[in-house]
Design a protein around this ligand. Structure first.
Ligand SMILES: [Zn+2]
Ligand SMILES: [Zn+2]
Length: 539
């Protein structure tokens, strides 16, 4: 029997090859209708044999593209319209917003193969990407996720790229950042004084400078990195002094997994994370041999090395030339937020970097690399940013209000709560530094716009002098103050699925403003979330 159904798909379904995938399943089953993006997610109208529609729905889940995830599928029956084929329609933009936006995705194996294939038209092209990989959150300025709403809008696709973009059978069908050497962004190399260096291949030239012991600032996916040869004591020492970093370890980028394997102990889980589309910096226990290769100044007196693998085509090209691990630290001034724009980098980093490897694909939202550790086979996030944000975290309860939580002062993040989902921002640094406070405001507005948040309540730390507490006071919203250590305990309980349990909890987190107006430290709490009693304390 012929039926027509309207299916609404919620989840991470935009910018991850979802529509071409829907198209392929529908046409392979001989079904008719359409698919389109809107501000809520993806809308499908599917018409044909009832059983085939059921198969279509099953396959929608079972063959989901790697970067997509379906949260919810809502269906309703509608009138048969007798469509002749299945098509992909233009996006429609409604007022409500619920689409989830994909985090940025590390270069996929298919693109990597093409990148180093001399016969491919994107051979050595540093911005190669497809629906399975490439920039997302960092280039999106508005939803729905379509090219005019990204920083790729200024690059007009050439006929070949356009043909891929419009061909539902192509891996680059509706890949919004699709580009090639003819029509897309480009890289160039400049000296510290901003003067462009005329070279045939700026990436090869940058690699040579690194091998010669120079420091390079390079524009990446979510902002600038400062890079140098991690095996060269002198340059690592020089960078440490210039960045005024004390003994804080530098993150490294290795050319490949084999290099990491040779220098550090790796478990299966660690291997999996390093090579995942998230591609975090992973804290790994160093082998003895590591310090014969890597400068001890990378991580003084530390047993661990923070390693990541190349996650953009530009990184792959650069590290294939240098053939050694590089220091890849955030491009910023001490304690400030990561820099994203060419002119700001030239102004602020000219005292640190000898050369700048720049490009003209603008970064809409800056974001640091994520940092993770594996403990007992489980991934523990130390800094949640690129590759993870803005995917939400599911909570064990549902909020009937939309809530904005502003966090405390040090190592801050902010969070929007909607229903059962917590949308945590990326890591925002210490917001008593003015530059980071501006970053916090920027990200708050960005997330509001992308997800259409309209908070009804603002939550802040009990400390009256935190910048976020003052910010909450300036908002025309009901406000709720939360004691810092109680918030820590509540978040641990939410993570462990014990949110509503009667517990004895311990919070050791330096000092925090107490409910009695004194400074607290080292608390023992008893009770349930929202009603903890401080039964003992150390400070
Ligand atoms: Zn790809
Ligand atoms: Zn092109």
């Amino acid at each position: 029997m012929i039926k027509r159904k309207l299916l609404r798909v919620y989840g991470i379904v935009q910018g991850v090859g979802f529509r071409p995938y829907v198209y392929r399943i529908a046409t392979s089953l001989g079904l008719r209708g359409f698919v389109r993006n809107d501000t809520l997610g993806v809308e499908i109208e599917i018409e044909g044999d009832e059983e085939k529609i059921e198969t279509f729905k099953r396959r929608l889940y079972s063959e989901c593209p790697p970067a997509a995830s379906i949260d919810r599928l809502v269906e309703e029956e509608t009138d048969v319209r007798g469509d002749a084929s299945f098509i992909i329609l233009e996006s429609s933009s409604g007022r409500e917003r619920e689409t989830l936006i994909s985090p940025d995705l590390a270069t996929c194996p298919d693109c990597l193969r093409e990148l180093f294939d001399p016969g491919d038209r994107r051979f050595r092209y540093p911005f190669i990407n497809c629906t399975n990989c490439g920039p997302r959150y960092t280039i999106i300025e508005d939803v729905p996720y379509d090219r005019p709403n990204t920083t790729m809008r200024k690059f007009e696709m050439c006929p070949e790229c356009r043909a891929e973009y419009e061909n539902p059978a192509d891996r680059r069908f509706h890949a919004q950042p699709n580009a090639c050497p003819v029509c897309g962004p480009e890289v160039w190399l400049v000296e510290g004084n901003g003067v462009k260096i005329q070279v045939g291949d700026p990436i090869k030239a940058a690699a040579r400078f690194i091998q010669e012991g120079k420091i390079i600032a390079l524009k990446g996916l979510g902002g600038f990195h400062v890079a140098c040869d991690a095996t060269n004591d002198n340059v690592v020492k020089r960078l440490r002094a210039l960045k005024k970093r004390g003994d804080k370890p530098f993150a490294l980028m290795a050319p490949d997994l084999e290099t990491v394997e040779r220098l550090c102990f790796l478990s299966d889980k660690e291997r999996e994370l390093l090579t995942s589309p998230k591609c975090p910096i992973l804290l790994l226990e160093a082998r003895e041999e590591a310090w014969k290769v890597i400068s001890r100044d990378v991580a003084p007196r530390n047993r661990y090395i923070g390693f990541m693998l190349p996650y953009t085509p530009l990184h792959h090209l650069l590290l294939r030339e240098t053939k050694r691990p590089l220091v890849m630290t955030s491009g910023n001034l001490r304690d400030e937020s990561i820099i994203k724009d060419n002119d700001v980098a030239l102004e602020k980093l000219s005292g640190i970097a000898d050369y700048f490897l720049l490009h003209n694909r603008d970064i809409a939202t800056r974001i640091d690399d994520s940092v993770a550790r594996v403990i007992d086979g489980k991934e523990i996030l130390i800094r949640r940013a690129r590759g993870y944000v803005p995917a939400p975290i599911s909570l064990p309860f549902t909020s009937d209000k939309e809530i904005l939580a502003l966090g405390p002062m040090m190592k801050s993040t902010l969070c929007f709560l909607r229903g059962q989902r917590a949308f945590l921002s990326q890591y925002l640094g210490d917001n008593d530094i003015y530059d980071n406070y501006l970053y916090l405001l920027e990200i708050m507005e960005r997330l509001k716009k992308l997800f259409g948040f309209k908070p009804e309540l603002v939550v802040h730390d009990l400390h009256p002098d935190y910048p976020t507490t003052r910010l909450a006071g300036e908002m025309e919203l009901p406000a709720l103050a939360v004691q810092h250590h109680e918030a820590h305990l509540a978040s641990v309980l939410a993570e462990k699925g014990s949110f509503d349990d009667e517990v004895l909890g311990v919070a050791f987190d330096g000092t925090g403003y107490g409910r009695d107006g004194r400074i607290w430290g080292g608390e023992f709490f008893a009770g349930k979330t929202g009603n903890f009693e401080r039964i003992a304390h150390i400070a």
